[in-house]
Each structure stands twice: as structure tokens, then as C-alpha cells.
Design a protein around this ligand. Structure first.
Ligand code: HPA
Ligand code: ZN
Length: 354
């Protein structure tokens, strides 16, 4: 698999036609990243010290040794535990700023970023602290790097639909600057049907609607997200490949999937990148996008995921440009910004040297 460079893009791969492709310079949109999943081990230790919290780890190496996961739940257990270091608005702002700097260095020009309000409320951190910090981090990061960023509040699907409705009401009361809602956490056993009321309310409020589905759950989780929740994009969605009728529907209705290759490998949704459904989905005409999910936990940011699939599946520069164009099309950006990003992707493609 492609060797990841964490600190220093550019990342280049040579495609079968001999083109050198500078993947970190490819303008792209990140549509599936959890801000809490960008919490790097070093920042966990820094924030613990700042907030006078004891960590259950003896060292950075001890923490890093725990980043070997068996499945989604084993990851979620560590992900929620590590959030304990996020206490103040300043902590959330620093986390967001660090992500936007890192993302921009990898060619991300716009990001629609998930956060998990319930995971913080349940620890006694107020919603205003979370939202004020994230919004300030977006403002600082965008001003410094030239990115644009937007927030999507995710509800935890292993908690109740009533609680999700209540949290949405709190977000509205706090005037949280969110563009939409999502659904994440433990999928299997927590069907979309629990959340029809909160998605209906979000629609009334004019919010965008997305949901994780088909990550560990089967294709019926994807169909339910479409039919019961009215989602505009499906996060992951890779298990749709098990149902050819659903795959045809996704292609015909141009429903974007926010695919996260490293996440699927690290959480053992697939045994190796070579077995990933991405090429099948692309061949079937499904609008796929490439994303990082929880980059601090899964070994790479957006451009690392692009580089890995490019190397694994021998994608050409034109193929990568198409994936980036898909990320623009699948975003909730206005048409003029989409057109400008598409032009920048075209410029990038012309610059790739044979
Ligand atoms: N799946 C479900 N819930 C999550 C994930 C994920 O990949 N990352 C953070 N919360
Ligand atoms: Zn996710």
C-alpha cells in the first residue's frame, strides 16, 4: 500500500500512462470528516495537561499502540474516551484550526465537517462552549488558509430519537451555525426508523440531511436512510454493493456516497484496500467521493486516501480529477463556487506532467 507521509505533502504517484500526479495539489472537498476524529495523539496530551486531566496512557507510544481496531465499536470506544480532553471553547477552536491547516495542506478547499453534540453534552460540556469553539476555529482556519468550512451536527444512533429531537431544538435555540444534520455511531441494531421525526424536523428547518449507512450495516440501512430519512448523501454506503438494485438506484438518482477507504480497512469492513468496493461502485456509475472520516485514527488525511486508492487501483490523473469533481458536485456549496472549484480542478489536470 502507498506509504503515507503525515507531515509533508506533496504526494505524487505515477499512473499507468506515466503521468506524475501531485495529489496534495488537487483541489478537493472533504465531505466526511468528524472533527473529534482529527484529534491527534500529541494534542490529546497537550489538552490533558492544559485541563489538568489524567490520561489512562503512560506515553504517546502507549496511546498509539491502542490504534489497532477490530471493528467500528472498538474504534468508537477509544474515540469517545479521548474526547474527555476537550473541555473549553478554546480546545474546540484549536482542534478545528489544526484540522483546517492540515486539510488545506492536502488540497482541501472546502470541508463540511461533522461534530457529535451528544458526546460532549453527556460529559457535561455545554453546547454553547462546543459550538462557539468550533465556529471560531472555522473562522480562524478559513481566514488563514483560504478554505471554506461548514458544520454538520451528527446524532448518535445508539441513543434515542427523542434525545436527537431535543438536541436539535437546543442547537436551534443556541443559533448554532450548522448547515445540516447527520447520523453516526453504532449502526447495526439502530435502524433509521428511530430518527424519522428528527429528520422531518430538520427538513422543516431547511437543513441538509445526510446519514452514515452501509458501513457495517447491510444495503437495507442505505435504502432506509433514503426512504425514511430523505438523505441527500450517504456517508460510507459501501455495503450497497451487496444489492445490485440499490446500486442501480444510487447511480440513476445520482446519490453521492462519501467513501472513506482507510476507515474501511482499519475498521475491518474490508480485509485489504485491494478488496475495497470503490472500483465496482465507480464502474456501476455511482457518484463516489473520497474522504478521511477520522484521520487521526485511521492513518491519513484526504490526500492520503486519494493517493492510496490511486496507487491501489491505478487511477489516472483524469480519474482522480473526476473524484475531486464529484466531491464538489456532492457538496452543499452554491453553484458559482462549485463552478470555480471545477475550473481549478481543470487547471490542475492540465498541469500534471506526462
Ligand atoms: N462510523 C460511525 N460513527 C462514527 C464514525 C464512523 O466511521 N466516526 C466517528 N463516528
Ligand atoms: Zn464517519
Amino acid at each position: 500500500m502507498y506509504r503515507q507521509t503525515r507531515e509533508q505533502p506533496p504526494i505524487s504517484v505515477r499512473d499507468p500512462g506515466g503521468t506524475m500526479t501531485d495529489i496534495a495539489a488537487l483541489p478537493k472537498v472533504e465531505l466526511h470528516v468528524h472533527i473529534e476524529g482529527t484529534l491527534e495523539p500529541g494534542l490529546i496530551f497537550e489538552l490533558a495537561a492544559r485541563n489538568s486531566l489524567d490520561l489512562p496512557y503512560t506515553s504517546l507510544a502507549d496511546l498509539r499502540a491502542r490504534y489497532a481496531f477490530d471493528d467500528l465499536q472498538s474504534f468508537l470506544d477509544l474515540y469517545y474516551a479521548n474526547m474527555a480532553v476537550l473541555r473549553t471553547a478554546a480546545d474546540f477552536a484549536e482542534l478545528m484550526l489544526a484540522y483546517l491547516r492540515r486539510a488545506a495542506a492536502g488540497g482541501v478547499r472546502h470541508a463540511e465537517i461533522f461534530f457529535d453534540p451528544q458526546a460532549h453534552l453527556s460529559r457535561g460540556v455545554s453546547l454553547t462552549e462546543v459550538v462557539a469553539g468550533l465556529a471560531e476555529g472555522c473562522r480562524l482556519g478559513d481566514a488563514e488558509t483560504g478554505t471554506t468550512s461548514a458544520l454538520i451536527a451528527c446524532f448518535l444512533r445508539d441513543r434515542s430519537g427523542e434525545e436527537a429531537l431535543d438536541v436539535l431544538a437546543q442547537l436551534v435555540a443556541a443559533k448554532a451555525p450548522i448547515i445540516g444534520i447527520g447520523l453516526d455511531s453504532t449502526e447495526v441494531g439502530n435502524p433509521a426508523s428511530k430518527f424519522t421525526a428528527v429528520y422531518a424536523r430538520a427538513k422543516e428547518l431547511g437543513l441538509h440531511r445526510v446519514a452514515h449507512a452501509g458501513e457495517e450495516g447491510g444495503p437495507e440501512y442505505v435504502s432506509d436512510a433514503l426512504d425514511l430519512l430523505g438523505v441527500e448523501r450517504v456517508d460510507h454506503g459501501v455495503r450497497s454493493v451487496q444489492d445490485p438494485v440499490l446500486v442501480r438506484r444510487l447511480a440513476t438518482e445520482r446519490i453521492p456516497l462519501t467513501v472513506c477507504p482507510f476507515s474501511n480497512v482499519r475498521l475491518k469492513g474490508v480485509s485489504s484496500l485491494a478488496d475495497h468496493a470503490l472500483p465496482q461502485l465507480i464502474a456501476a456509475g455511482v457518484m463516489t467521493t473520497i474522504n478521511s472520516d477520522d484521520p487521526a485514527y485511521f492513518g491519513g488525511y484526504a490526500e492520503d486516501n486519494y493517493a492510496a486508492v490511486a496507487a491501489q487501483f491505478a487511477f489516472s490523473a483524469a480519474g482522480l480529477a473526476q473524484l475531486a469533481r464529484n466531491s464538489v458536485e456532492a457538496s452543499f456549496l452554491p453553484p458559482d463556487r462549485k463552478a470555480a472549484l471545477d475550473r481549478d480542478i481543470g487547471t490542475w489536470l492540465r498541469l500534471q506532467s506526462p
